[in-house]
Ligand binder design. Structure first.
Ligand code: ATP
Length: 362
């Protein structure tokens, strides 16, 4: 079992006069066997959270429980967790065989032939049996990453903790390893917490993702919940690539306005926003913007400024309401910079956020 319960976790660092709140009253539960991704921009507190869970940092306040057992103050080696680091942290003078087996050697009383059997099974699982007698410096980045994974796997922990494990690999290898880590995690059914700043990794790998900003949890949900029903503008803008488009608008009755931009809302939308302030931010995902005709409701005349053909999709950039927007349009539809178009933001696809606190209203 490996159900992890994080309650009101707070970690501060005293820097002379300043107190840095790296993690701020975090509440997260990870169910046994789940893959949770902690995602957010640089400095949002992901690594500190993971290090508190691992016992490498001491929590300032709050509790961490594993299957009901309070491990907040337990030594790292008594937590039944294995961590994989960004820089792999392999022992340079040891062979791959010894690197993978070392954890078992120091934490169990298995004899050397039992350890060797487990090392060979692990190497077979990771498809690196040929590397066992090499030293880390003789390995590629991807191979070193497999050895680092092997070191974690062999211990059969309750929880895997992974801190940006793929960030030193090139884009192609990263994609391959992403799938392999997911497959391994599913086969082993081990609860995993995975830190990344890469929203694509978060979307594709996590059963759940926890989006952090400024040490605070912004949203905890499945990738699709965070994508389709973001709780606030930060999550809406962080999850999704290219990012959601935003326009700051002022509501006047049934109309949202930003300079010459004017957007009529239905009574249903109006009811949703009635209690919020009149200063709103409208959001629309690139793939929800349509190129339509002047007759369509809320069509806006504009000019395509830049075109980026991606093959299947073309990204078209244009300005509406004083803000640059990206539309993701079918690659089959030919478009060129300078083309005059009418863009349509379908009302059932728009998001509205309160400008005061960024909270999602619709
Ligand atoms: P990155 O993606 O850049 O690694 P992160 O989201 O993992 O960022 P953390 O490394 O957890 O963020 O840092 C959160 C905040 O805590 C930052 O402001 C950082 O400067 C600060 N911080 C982290 N460790 C320490 C430390 N040992 N001493 C002082 N401040 C720290």
């Amino acid at each position: 079992m490996g159900r992890l319960d994080i309650r009101q976790l707070t970690k501060t660092f005293d820097e002379g006069e300043n107190v840095i709140v790296a993690v701020d009253e975090l509440d997260i539960t990870v169910e046994d066997g789940d893959f949770l991704v902690l995602v957010g921009p640089s400095g949002c507190g992901k690594s500190t959270t993971l290090r508190c869970i691992a016992g490498l940092e001491r929590a300032t306040s709050g509790r961490i429980r594993l299957d009901g057992r309070d491990i907040t103050d337990a030594k790292p080696k008594n937590r039944d967790m294995a961590m994989v680091f960004q820089n792999y942290a392999l022992y340079p003078h040891m062979t791959v065989r010894r690197n993978i087996g070392y954890g078992l050697k120091i934490t169990t009383d298995l004899d050397s032939s039992e350890i060797n059997d487990r090392v060979e099974d692990t190497a077979a699982l990771l498809e690196i049996p040929d590397l066992l007698d090499k030293k880390p410096k003789e390995l590629s980045g991807g191979q070193q990453q497999r050895v680092a994974l092997g070191r974690a796997i062999i211990r059969e922990p309750e929880v895997f903790l992974m801190d940006e494990p793929l960030s030193n690999l090139d884009a192609k290898l990263r994609t391959t390893m992403r799938t392999e880590i997911q497959q391994l995690q599913q086969d082993m059914g081990v609860t995993t917490i995975y830190v990344t700043h890469d929203q694509t990794e978060a979307m594709t790998m996590g059963d759940k993702i926890a989006v952090l900003d400024g040490g605070e949890l912004q949203q905890l949900g499945t990738p699709l919940e965070c994508y389709h029903e973001p709780t606030n503008q930060f999550v809406a803008g962080f999850i999704g690539s290219p990012s959601m488009n935003f326009i700051d608008v002022e509501r006047s009755g049934d109309t949202l306005e930003a300079g010459a931009f004017s957007y009529q809302i239905s009574s249903e939308t109006r009811n949703a926003v009635d209690t919020a302030s009149s200063r709103l931010t409208m959001g629309i995902r690139p793939e929800h913007i349509e190129l339509g005709t002047a007759e369509e409701p809320n069509a806006v005349a504009t000019e395509i400024e830049v075109v980026e053909p991606m093959g299947e999709m073309t990204y078209a950039y244009f300005t509406v309401g004083g803000a640059t927007h990206t539309a993701s349009i079918d690659g089959e539809r030919r478009t060129v910079a300078g083309e005059q178009v009418h863009v349509v933001f379908p009302e059932d696809k728009i998001h509205l956020f309160d400008q005061a606190d960024g909270a999602a209203i619709k």
